[in-house]
Ligand binder design. Structure first.
Ligand code: COA
Length: 320
């Protein structure tokens, strides 16, 4: 018994922010941003919270799967940008969509959040604990960004993607996940926890900090490594893979991964030019677009892979 994706959904805010618009607030240019990252524009939340976007993506995924919210037994949201420390985004989603029979909680793995959530649901389904669940990747990094830091503010966008998973005989074939807490300092954001009773210090929020080159080096090494691992451990020939659905952070990272895996670029769909890096949402948004465009057919083998703060990374091999 394994789990299969039976429906997908996604949501992005309506507000489009182009590179030219960013060039009006920081010293940058469309040429620099698109040349170094492949990003041309992104969607930025105005009224939407992470929970709102996650619930919208969830509704669309349920509709696509043809099931009701009451059938869900578990809701996992990979996110690091909930409006509240508590309750969780997953509980907000549960309340919004009326998934009265579900257990709901968040998983914190930054941009790898969707993959980590999927792996967790898979473990519950394999163990026979649950049969039907919902995994969501949702983030609103625009609220954590220093809009005066050109090194980070040009990279991110907001959005949410979701997948309904159900116990079936085929679907997810194998997953691998990894973490390296010793290198957490290369990509971080201080939370509201540094208050102190002794020093009478009020908690303060921090901004996203990133050592871009270190993250780049980490990604181009770890992503191909974990993809090879997921293929080797499942005895799968890489030529059998139709698509590699990777975290959409930078087209140069995707190109480097393709080169290291010796695979053609047409196996690596991309949408970061329209949405930027939506953190935990990139993989499920891209998957949803591919699903709705009819690019995925029964029997197709695809690999999903992500990386992010933690550091964290992972890959999942599945049959559609
Ligand atoms: N516009 C114009 N110039 C910029 C800029 C911007 N938005 N951001 C940085 N620069 C400048 C730097 O100040 C630097 O100038 P200097 O040479 O005068 O010092 C120059 O551009 C080169 O900066 P560098 O950091 O070396 O660029 P890079 O080629 O490494 O590209 C990133 C920067 C962030 C695009 C790249 O490192 C990257 O994509 N890293 C991975 C990030 C990532 O994936 N994050 C998400 C993880 S989930």
């Amino acid at each position: 018994m394994t789990s299969r994706i039976i429906g997908t959904g996604s949501y992005v805010p309506a507000r489009v922010v182009t590179n030219d618009e960013l060039a009006q607030i920081v010293d940058t240019s469309d040429e620099w941003i698109s040349g170094r990252t492949g990003i041309h524009k992104r969607r930025i939340a105005v009224e939407e919270s992470t929970g709102y976007m996650a619930a919208e993506a969830a509704r669309r995924a349920l509709e696509n799967a043809g099931i009701t919210a009451e059938e869900l037994e578990l809701i996992l949201v990979g996110t690091t940008t909930g409006e509240h420390c508590f309750p969780s985004v997953a509980c907000e989603v549960q309340g919004e969509i009326g998934a009265v029979n579900a257990v709901a909680y968040d998983i914190s793995a930054a941009c790898s959040g969707f993959l980590f959530a999927m792996d967790t649901l898979q473990a519950f389904i394999r163990a026979g604990v649950y049969k039907t669940g919902l995994v969501i990747g949702a983030d609103c990094l625009s609220k954590l960004i220093d809009w005066e830091d050109r090194g980070t503010c040009v990279l991110f966008g907001d959005g949410a993607g979701a997948a309904v998973m159900r116990a079936e005989d085929f679907g997810l074939i194998h997953t691998v996940m990894g973490s390296d807490g010793e290198r957490g300092n290369v990509l971080s954001c201080v939370a509201r926890t540094n208050g102190s009773f002794v020093d009478k210090r009020t908690p303060q929020l921090g901004y996203v900090y990133m050592d871009g080159q270190e993250v780049f080096k980490f990604a181009v090494k770890k992503v191909p490594e974990c993809i090879r691992q997921v293929l080797d451990e499942s005895g799968t020939d890489i030529e059998q893979i139709k698509y590699f659905v990777l975290h959409q952070a930078n087209y140069r990272i995707v190109e480097a991964v393709a080169k290291r895996l010796k695979q053609p670029m047409d196996k690596f769909p991309m949408n970061m030019e329209r949405y930027g890096n939506t953190s935990a949402a990139t993989v499920p948004i891209l998957l949803d677009e591919m699903n709705r465009e009819g690019k995925l057919e029964p029997g197709d083998r695809i690999v999903l892979s992500g990386f992010g703060a933690g550091l964290t990374w992972g890959a999942a091999l599945l049959e559609w």
